[in-house]
Design a protein around this ligand. Structure first.
Ligand SMILES: NC(=O)c1ccc[n+]([C@@H]2O[C@H](COP(=O)([O-])OP(=O)(O)OC[C@H]3O[C@@H](n4cnc5c(N)ncnc54)[C@H](O)[C@@H]3O)[C@@H](O)[C@H]2O)c1
Length: 251
């Protein structure tokens, strides 16, 4: 495998599971030093040990992306320890209620999904930009979703939060377009990860039926595109949300 990320430092939020873990592993296999940020402490410990036992440069920090103070401390520690921050991938996210129409969707659940998926992503990106500006280099990737582009019925909180992530990418990308920092997004259709275990089976069947390839995407497929977006090769894309949808997205 190429060593595209040798000498680079990456933080991956939501790195203990699913897409975040897959992207983190691929960056590390390509020579990067990765620090996993996640809430799930025991999972974090387990996966980082597995990757380290495999000879990869992977560390971990338990952190809640909605806790501004904890996040600032954790990211500051990474920069102090390694002297730089090249890549930040925002994968921390929750799905919230599914197969639930707005008439039955609890406000508290809506607020929680927005807090993790949108406010958390805002905080991580804000903190990352502040650390990247002095070196005038950085690659920031935000995980959106086809739900935010097309709208998935039965998931008002998730859909609204991911539409918000589209807005963040487009706005922030333009803010820093004349620096060496790019901010892009990725909008997958359904990917086979533990997140889908919390999705109602009817909802999952509906979302898969919208994919012309008629299958779920894989974490490896997401990691492959994500790693190009956060590599030094990707120099002329910012403020853009890439699709990864088995043919679902056509615009
Ligand atoms: N799986 C899919 O079908 C799919 C499709 C489109 C977009 N996405 C997005 O990709 C990202 C990753 O999804 P996944 O399928 O890998 O999910 P996952 O559930 O496997 O992993 C999400 C991780 O985020 C962590 N997390 C949740 N809240 C957190 C918080 N407040 N602070 C820190 N960590 C927190 C969880 O502990 C978990 O390890 C999410 O943003 C999700 O919305 C997923």
């Amino acid at each position: 495998m190429d060593k595209r990320f040798e000498g680079q430092i990456a933080i991956v939020t939501g790195g203990a599971s699913g897409i975040g873990l897959g992207i983190a592993e691929r960056i590390a296999r390509e020579g990067g030093q990765v620090v996993l940020f996640d809430l799930a402490e025991s999972k974090l410990q387990e996966v980082s040990k597995q990757l380290r036992d495999d000879g990869l440069l992977v560390e971990r920090t338990p952190v809640d992306v909605t806790d501004e103070q904890a996040l600032e401390t954790a990211m500051g520690d990474v920069v102090r320890q390694y002297g730089q921050l090249d890549i930040v991938v925002n994968c921390a996210g929750i799905i919230g209620p599914s197969a639930t129409k707005i008439a039955d969707y609890p406000l508290a659940a809506f607020e929680k999904v927005l807090k993790v998926n949108l406010v958390g992503t805002f905080l991580v990106t804000q903190c990352a930009i502040r650390h990247m500006l002095p070196r005038n280099y950085g690659r920031i990737l935000l995980l959106a979703s086809m739900a935010g582009k097309d709208g998935n019925p039965g998931m008002a909180g998730y859909t609204a939060s991911k539409a918000g992530v589209f807005g963040l990418v487009k706005g922030i990308g333009k803010e820093y377009a004349q620096t060496g920092i790019t901010v892009n997004g990725l909008a997958p259709a359904v990917i086979a990860t533990p997140m889908n275990q919390a999705t109602a089976p009817d909802q999952l069947t509906y979302m898969t039926s919208l994919i012309p390839m008629r299958r779920l995407g894989t974490v490896e497929e997401v990691a492959s595109l994500a790693c190009w977006i956060v590599s030094k090769e990707a120099t002329f894309n910012t403020g853009f949300v890439f699709d990864l949808s088995g043919g679902r997205a056509t615009y």
